[in-house]
Design a protein around this ligand. Structure first.
Ligand code: TRP
Length: 327
């Protein structure tokens, strides 16, 4: 039986942190053997918000690709490519833009939210409004079955499904209705207790060294009621404990007891965690450094991805033109 197609896009916006890793990326890597994978870097989507200052997009794109491979995405089993290498995507975006009502885009919650949040940028552009149309073309140009995304992307995926239905209704059955694959992992909080995010300055990056991780973890607030070493701790309110749930699931009962019975102090508990997190990233950091030495190979991977995906995408466009009647 042919494997289903799993597809997801990454915005190349700079260094990855633990929030990214445990949010969506691990989920996707763990499932990669079950699917025919399409992972790509969405530089055109990045341009929709960075058009005034696009010079970092390309470097970020290469960095992000290296990160993914070093984390365990298998280039032999995955079509790894760059969105701007696939001209069939904007052609499909154009056809979709003909059939997408403006109201679907204007009422999209992420649209309103981002316009408010990113006030320093002028996002009252056609390109930014049609962000979900471009995303629909990304997904449907290969007729993907499942799309691993974070919860914030669900409204976009819903628009993809609506566009697919509308196309099929107008021109005859052709596109699938892709399903979201939500990750089960929990939200990772940053060093200040808010959601981990580069813009909040509270992130632990995948490339941080041992000392940096120790320093950042030491800054984290634990249980405010635990003042002295002998006071019993309350793991349920502690951020450090949440991270232990991710990194030491098999020992979590012991860790809980040690805290409740005040058998370990917060500082030692933090240092142990920092070492575990660093230990977990060490292999990644080594592989990343090796990959960086061989940028030619990274370009070769992108070349191969482009050829493979254009092969599929050009067939889609041929059929779409026929369906619409402009072949
Ligand atoms: N919009 C997604 C994000 O910001 C990135 C993206 C673009 C994407 N095209 C996609 C994700 C297609 C999944 C499928 O994270």
């Amino acid at each position: 039986m042919q494997k289903l197609k799993m597809l997801t896009g990454f915005r190349p916006t700079g260094k990855l942190h633990l929030g990214h890793l445990h949010g969506n990326i691990m989920n996707m890597i763990e499932h990669q053997h079950e699917y025919n994978n399409f992972f790509f870097l969405v530089d055109w989507h990045a341009l929709s918000t960075e058009y005034q200052n696009p010079k970092d997009i390309k470097k970020n794109l290469l960095d992000c690709l290296i990160d993914l491979i070093a984390l365990g995405v298998d280039p032999e089993k995955t079509h790894l490519y760059r969105q701007s290498d696939i001209p069939e995507i904007p052609e499909l975006t154009l056809y979709f833009s003909m059939i997408t009502p403006l109201s679907w885009l204007e009422r999209c919650p992420t649209y309103k939210e981002q316009i408010n949040q990113l006030q320093s940028k002028d996002l009252s552009t056609l390109g930014f409004l049609s962000y979900p149309v471009l995303m629909a073309a990304d997904i449907l140009v290969v007729n993907a079955d499942v799309v691993p995304v974070g919860e914030d992307q669900l409204p976009h995926l819903e628009i993809t499904r609506e566009i697919s239905r509308r196309f099929n209704h107008l021109y005859g059955n052709f596109f699938k209705e892709p399903q979201a694959m939500l990750s089960q992992s929990r939200r990772v909080l940053g060093t200040d207790g808010r959601k981990m995010s580069k813009s909040y300055g509270n992130a632990i990056f995948l490339t941080d060294d041992r000392d940096t991780i120790r320093k950042k973890i030491r800054m984290m607030i634990t249980d405010p009621q635990r003042v002295r070493l002998k006071d019993p701790g309350h793991p349920e309110v502690c951020n450090i404990f949440d991270l232990y749930k991710i990194y030491k699931k098999e020992k979590i009962k012991d860790i809980e007891q040690r805290c409740r019975k005040a058998q370990i102090g917060c500082t030692s508990c933090k240092d142990e965690l920092a070492d575990i997190i660093y230990g977990n990233l060490e292999g990644f950091q080594y592989r990343r450094a090796e990959l960086e030495k061989d940028i030619k190979k990274i370009y070769q991977i992108l070349d191969r991805g482009r050829t493979e995906v254009r092969d599929i995408a050009s067939k889609t466009i041929k059929d779409v033109r026929e369906k619409i009647g402009i072949d």
